[in-house]
Design a protein around this ligand. Sequence first.
Ligand code: ADP
Ligand code: MG
Length: 354
Amino acid sequence: MKYQALKKKAFFATAVLTGTVMLFPVGCPAAAEKDIQNYTDTDFAMDTVVSETLYTTGDDINSKLTSILTDVETNLLSWTNESSQIYKVNADCGNDTEISEELSGYLERILAIAKDSNGAFDPTIGELIRLWDIGGENQRIPGKDEIQEALKDSGYKKVSLDGNMVHMDKGCSLDLGAAGKGIGCDSILEYLKTQKEVSAALMNLGGSSVMTYGSKPDGSSWNVAVTDPRAENEDDYLGVVALNGTEFLSTSGDYEKYFIENGVRYHHIMDPSTGYPAESGVTGVTVVCDTGLEADALSTACFVLGVEKGAQLLKAYGADGLFVDEDHHVYLTEGMKERFSLIADSYSVEDIAE
Ligand code: ADP
Ligand code: MG
């Protein structure tokens, strides 16, 4: 594959390539291929631009896919919408609250990642996030006292789950923002599995969470371009990651929401142990695995943990990852080596220290 050529070619606005790497043989009979239509759409949900690509012999259901994301946000995850389950759990902190089986399943996996990452990923730091308000209208560097105050009531150990009952200590609140887009992707996948006409699909939520499903009519893999964290132009890519059907990719980076003050970059991924933006030396982390929630939460966790500890966490989850640091090094886990191709020639690929 010639990446130079790809780089010049107009990428989809979504940075997802319909690349030419052949991962599986072409298996569809020619007649069936003819009937498959390709529908693309760009929409807005979960606070982000959503790009959809659908291969189907049936109707264009892209707007239905967007509505699934909106439902997940409104009914399950929203921190501000009174009808969401998370809103109710937060309003009821200090007591036991019954939640749906779906949400308790997600919460169980989220708490496991919080524990396995030693709290680097923590779904209870909403107050801290709002205090900094990075990317928002009131972004600022808070005082040390304010930070300590915001951290006082947080900590994933303050949340416990017993079947469909969740208990959270008084003062604590849940914010699943770092896994929300991944959960949205998982919900889309579940829906697509019930749609027999759909042979393949790709969802791209703001470039940071991507889901692939099925195989394209020509059998080629899905190629997702990863942003160069220090790119001067939006379409300068670090490289390309190949995904096969039913894989999820998630990226967390310090370039998505940030401000710079006195030469210091204050970005939106917090280290819950300090209350300040994480300083693990990495500028971006991309994770590939077979569920959206894990890809999303693990990429945030790995950003906080840095290369070595992050790679260990990924190993425990059977996930592949790439880490980028300030010195333009790219670190690849074993599995990622097989799927990543470097584009940016100012970067070099390095081994991860064991
Ligand atoms: P994005 O949502 O920008 O794609 P992430 O998935 O990494 O990126 O999520 C970042 C968001 O998660 C932040 O904006 C903030 O709301 C929340 N967050 C920040 N730090 C953490 C953390 N250590 N653990 C859990 N959530 C976090
Ligand atoms: Mg995330």
